[in-house]
Ligand binder design. Structure first.
Ligand SMILES: [Mn+2]
Length: 424
């Protein structure tokens, strides 16, 4: 399944007049918009291999049709997204599902689509067929040293697969915790986890990063051993300079001020990666920007300000990834929506008048500070994001082109309707 440059050019030609009118209007009203175009063009968001099929809940899963059947087809799907939006130039793999049988061939395939390999993800939150020891009571925290060793070895194996593909980071998310009071000694569980992480850290190549993701609850419902940013920061600080905290938007308790967390992690030089999604109640894994777009904008304001304060390159120095699940939407349409939402929030954050904001803060002018932020948030930057996409060779309206090309119908014809994408 392939969308040609000619098809994209024809699509763009039909929309060019209307687009230019909208873009010129924005550029005349917001002159600084032009200067952010190169930043928008450079910004890439990795797509996780597990987000390309229908997700599900613990109540059921509704099939989709045309789901990728193997790693090659997952790469093809991300390649399709990238051809449309020129902002999805990386794929994040999950082991054991995405073990590359022939790494050189997989690398060459990704290169053909203009993709690189983002963070590698290990999995010790469920048992695989034939696995000698069970993770029912945890992995890196387990009371049994043999179980911990099995989990450590798995993580090191994931690093080795990633090395061959050219990945530069390992993301560790642990389901480890307890379901009932009394089940676990918190201090000992944390110490065992940290010891295990030290062994994984020691196996990192010199130019790799380790991202430690935290999550407040689920699947364990009483305690999680790396439950919040404080616990992750504590662990990564003890691990060393190659270890960083990863923030997943859905992994906080309701009402948490994520933008403040981001600001402080960046200040400490310990924010490494980012998982985008949206939620109303818990780890809902919904389309980015579908529920709380203003929160996403406020987070991006802190990301931009915090990265600039440390002289970091927005496009490169943090790992940007979507981590979502698609229960009722076509995953590829959902991912196009998510990437668009991310770029809109990023563009708005870039347009904040930071000098005016600094002045308002210095004068304790609360009203003015809010006005400055919301002036950027209420700017319709869609023509700006579309212009960046156009300049990068993408489609002016990726979703419209995806639908006009009947991509899902064609994928279903090619791959069948009964298949189920692996990964989670
Ligand atoms: Mn995540």
């Amino acid at each position: 399944m392939h969308i040609s440059r000619t098809t994209i050019a024809e699509h763009n030609d039909q929309r060019m007049f209307a687009h230019e009118r909208r873009f010129n209007h924005l550029a005349s009203e917001t002159p600084q918009a032009l200067s952010v175009l190169p930043l928008l063009e450079a910004f890439q968001v990795a797509i996780p291999s597990w987000a390309l099929g229908a997700g599900g809940t613990r109540f059921g899963r509704f099939g989709l049709g045309g789901e990728p059947r193997n790693l090659e087809e997952k790469i093809a799907d991300v390649g399709l997204l990238h051809a449309l939006n020129r902002s999805s130039g990386a794929i994040s793999l999950h082991i054991p599902w995405d073990i590359p049988e022939d790494a050189e061939r997989i690398k060459a395939l990704a290169t053909r689509y203009g993709l690189v390999f983002d963070a590698m993800n290990s999995n010790t939150f469920q048992d695989q067929p034939g696995q000698p020891l069970s993770y029912k009571y945890g992995s890196l925290q387990h009371v049994d040293k043999a179980v911990r060793k099995q989990a450590i070895d798995h993580n090191i194996e994931v690093i080795r697969y990633g090395e061959v593909l050219g990945s530069k980071s390992l993301t560790v998310w642990l389901a480890d915790g307890s379901c009932f009071p009394g089940q676990l000694n918190f201090r000992e569980a944390f110490q065992r986890t940290l010891e295990s992480l030290h062994e994984i850290y020691a196996a990192l190549p010199a130019d790799w990063k380790l991202f430690l993701e935290y999550k407040a609850f689920e699947p364990n419902f009483y305690s999680t051993t790396v439950a919040d940013w404080g616990q992750s920061l504590l662990a990564v600080s003890k691990l060393g300079p190659q270890a960083y905290t990863l923030v997943d938007l859905g992994h906080h308790l309701q009402g948490a001020n994520i933008e403040q967390i981001v600001a402080l992690l960046l200040m400490e030089g310990k924010l490494g990666g980012f998982h985008f999604n949206d939620s109303k109640y818990g780890d809902d894994d919904l389309t980015v920007g579908s529920i709380k777009p203003y929160q996403l904008f406020l987070i991006f304001c802190e990301l931009v300000e915090g990265m600039d304060a440390r002289g970091m390159l927005h496009s490169r120095d943090l790992g940007w990834m979507i981590d979502a699940s698609h229960n009722v939407k076509d995953p590829l349409e959902d991912l196009l929506q998510s990437v668009e939402a991310i770029k809109i929030a990023y563009a708005q954050a870039l347009l904040v008048d930071r000098a005016a904001l600094r002045e308002a803060r210095a004068a304790s002018d609360v009203v003015r500070a809010q006005e400055v932020l919301q002036a950027a948030y209420r700017t319709d930057v869609r023509p700006l994001v579309a212009e960046a996409r156009l300049r990068a060779g993408g489609a002016l309206e990726p979703l419209a082109l995806y639908r006009a090309g009947e991509v899902r119908r064609r994928l279903t014809e090619e791959r069948g309707s009964g298949g189920r994408a692996t990964g989670l």
